[in-house]
Design a protein around this ligand. Structure first.
Ligand code: AMP
Ligand code: GLY
Length: 434
């Protein structure tokens, strides 16, 4: 099977890595890719947002499957362009991707499908913003309606800050604060059959102890030793299947990866957000644990044959990933700094720990004349490790991370710490992070 992956972040590197380990995959391409995907896939300098160019590339490569990684191409209709060229594509249509592209649309679908979520108002004027903030009280949750790379959400006790963000957004969703640990649950769907993956937890705040601003995600782990074993079945029944059924009923079936961001509140599970693609960095840990070869599953979803697949199988291992971000992320990240130590990780830590590249690129003409990997984005890379439990996986991840040198870089030191502690102290519970 010839596969083309669209995108160039750590999620796409994780997808490429899993696909490269799948014996069914005979050729692997990535556009535009990054310095890491280039180790396992042929890079193509094609704009991921240009549907016609992506479809042309897929046709030229005689791809059997195109996998669209990030949300922006999906919302721009890149999956439609590929399908219109007659090539199976893993990723929802432009219309179905509105589930992520518009928070107001997602709320409408959830209301129609009776999916539990925070009560909310959609506001477009300062008066409506004031009314909504007043109705809910602190902590205030104020969300830009459109795509904002995980940075459009402000959660604060500060009324003035909440008001300022609400008015700046133009169209904004203001909602009830959901109190409880967060879980990311992904499902692969062909628009009808829904196959949930293993849950993971993401760390959204920039700094240790969940301090600092919201980011795209600073680390993740799976499994969740503290979660109710029935959680996945419950979310399938109350969230994932009804949402997929509602989109099919509307004539805009969702085929691809449905990501449910959940809060486990005292009153039950509530949806915080939907995404229309694999999450980053959660994908790094979920795919590290998936035993079933990936390509056939994604192709079955693209072709509408998921019901015929045998159940997915999983490793017993735990997985932890820690993101290394640039100086000044998420504000105005500094780029162009050389990254050292990548070879040392490959030589000393593999295959239990490895680096997945996000914002990196190869620069020639530095140093000894060979290519140098330099930072090219806010989240630069993530170090992913597996182990017999979370304690071993996080030890391996942080050991490998310690070999990487990037001037001014930052990372959290507490990824999976509470969860690892709770699962080691047998019987203890309540490792509620996020
Ligand atoms: P989102 O982009 O919708 O995932 O929001 C980013 C982060 O803001 C989430 O992961 C939560 O940590 C937080 N957040 C969003 N909505 C709520 C809510 N209703 N209550 C509490 N925290 C929230
Ligand atoms: N980790 C959060 C996201 O992918 O949106």
């Amino acid at each position: 099977m010839k596969v083309l992956v669209i995108g160039g972040g750590a999620r796409e590197h994780a997808l490429c890595r899993s696909l490269s380990l799948d014996p069914e995959v005979t050729a692997l391409h990535c556009a535009p890719g990054n310095a890491g995907t280039a180790e396992v896939a042929v890079s193509h300098p094609v704009d991921a947002l240009d549907g016609a160019a992506v479809a042309r590339l897929a046709t030229e490569l005689e791809a059997d499957l195109v996998v669209v990684g990030p949300e922006a191409p999906l919302v721009a209709g890149v999956a439609d362009a590929v399908r219109n060229a007659g090539i199976p594509c893993f990723g929802p249509s432009k219309e179905a991707a509105e589930l992520e592209g518009s928070k107001a649309f997602a709320k409408d679908v959830m209301a129609a499908a009776n999916v539990p979520t925070a009560r909310s108002y959609v506001c477009t004027t300062p008066e409506q913003v004031d009314e909504a903030l007043d109705a809910f009280g602190p902590p205030y949750v104020v969300k830009d309606d459109g795509l904002a790379a995980g940075k459009g959400v402000v959660v604060t006790d500060d009324l003035a800050a909440a008001r300022e963000h609400g008015i700046a957004c133009g169209r904004v969703v203001i909602e009830e604060f959901l109190d409880g640990p967060e879980v990311s649950l992904f499902a692969i769907t062909d628009g009808e059959t829904v196959l949930p993956l293993q849950p993971a937890q993401d760390f959204k705040r920039a700094l240790d102890g969940d301090e600092g601003p919201n980011t795209g995600g600073m680390g993740a782990y799976s499994p969740l030793p503290w979660a109710d074993p029935k959680l996945v079945d419950e979310v399938l029944e109350t969230v994932l299947q009804p949402t997929v059924d509602e989109l099919r009923r509307r004539g805009t079936p969702f085929a691809g990866l449905l990501y449910a961001g959940l809060a486990i509140t005292r009153r039950g599970v509530r949806v915080i957000e939907f995404n229309a693609r694999f999450g980053d960095p959660e994908t790094q840990v979920v795919l590290a644990r998936l035993r079933t070869p990936l390509a056939g599953v994604l192709l079955a979803a693209a072709e509408g044959n998921l019901a015929e697949l045998p159940p997915l199988t999983w490793r017993d291992d735990a997985a932890v990933t820690v993101v290394v971000a640039s100086h000044n992320y998420p504000d105005t990240p500094r780029t162009g700094d050389p990254i050292e130590g990548l070879d040392e990780v490959a030589a000393q830590d593999g295959p239990d720990a490895y680096v997945l590249h996000a914002g990196t690129r190869l620069e020639s003409g530095r140093g000894d004349g060979g290519d140098t990997v330099v930072s090219a984005g806010g989240r630069v890379l993530s170090v992913t490790a597996t182990g017999k439990d979370l304690t071993q996986a996080r030890e391996r991840a942080y050991t490998a991370l310690g070999r990487i040198r990037l001037a001014g870089s930052q990372h959290r030191t507490d990824i999976a710490r509470t969860a690892a502690g709770a699962s080691d102290a047998s019987g203890a519970s309540g490792a509620l992070e996020g």
